[in-house]
Design a protein around this ligand. Sequence first.
Ligand SMILES: Nc1ncnc2c1ncn2[C@@H]1O[C@H](COP(=O)(O)OP(=O)(O)O)[C@@H](O)[C@H]1O
Ligand SMILES: [Mg+2]
Length: 254
Amino acid sequence: MQKGIDKVVVLEVEDIHKKYRGQDILKGISFKVRKGETKVIIGPSGTGKSTLLRCINQLTIPDKGRIWLEGEEVIHTKKNINQFRQKMGMVFQDFNLFDHLTALGNVEIGLTRVKRMDKDEARQKAIEELKKVGLEEQANLYPAQLSGGQKQRVSIARALAMDPKVMLFDEPTSALDPELIGEVLEVIKNLAIQGMTMILVTHEMGFARSVANEIIFMEDGKILESGPPYQLFNNPKYERTKRFLKKITELYGE
Ligand SMILES: Nc1ncnc2c1ncn2[C@@H]1O[C@H](COP(=O)(O)OP(=O)(O)O)[C@@H](O)[C@H]1O
Ligand SMILES: [Mg+2]
């Protein structure tokens, strides 16, 4: 039996389409993510991976298609949207931290502003989240005083503080110096082990192989093929997938 098949579907994406300037960027994307699963999305640059993640959490509004989070349809109305976004933690390539706030402040702000937690409670929770990513000692430092790896860990802590149902990572290590990539991947791997439900766009193929329940290969706005890592890496259906894997391994290594 396929692992995870009997688990609850946390996120379902059905036939997502998106055009920019009259050009089709997403051409009908559908998949389901079950509780505790890690889906890894790979594919050439410009293929619509970021657009897809942005459509999922409604930072970009899809032209067509439907999305459900825990069975509830994600609909872009002012009233609903913040509620849905809170439940989907997003981690960007370039961290998106507030430069004028400390690490602690960056984690706290969503708790006080969005979750309306009182200050002491928010502080306590923010400290806990920073501990989980190994940054309690950096709590009072500003982003400018942190390394790229530390900044990305703050942004993961900030997303986790909202107790999301699913985490979306958009190339979380692409902006980092090679020696800082490991510490961020380590945090993400621990989340996977702890059963967080995640969608991760990455070029780190060795990592993808070790954490993914399923790899989705996207090309030209569509899913060309998907499957468990051993299948996709060792026995891909399409020549196109093989070529991409070869190229990406040459560029980024295993
Ligand atoms: N806000 C936007 N306005 C216009 N075109 C965009 C916008 N965002 C992305 N695109 C275009 O959509 C295509 C897919 O981009 P993206 O989703 O970032 O791909 P990927 O993440 O796979 O590299 C690219 O051609 C990009 O130029
Ligand atoms: Mg991208």
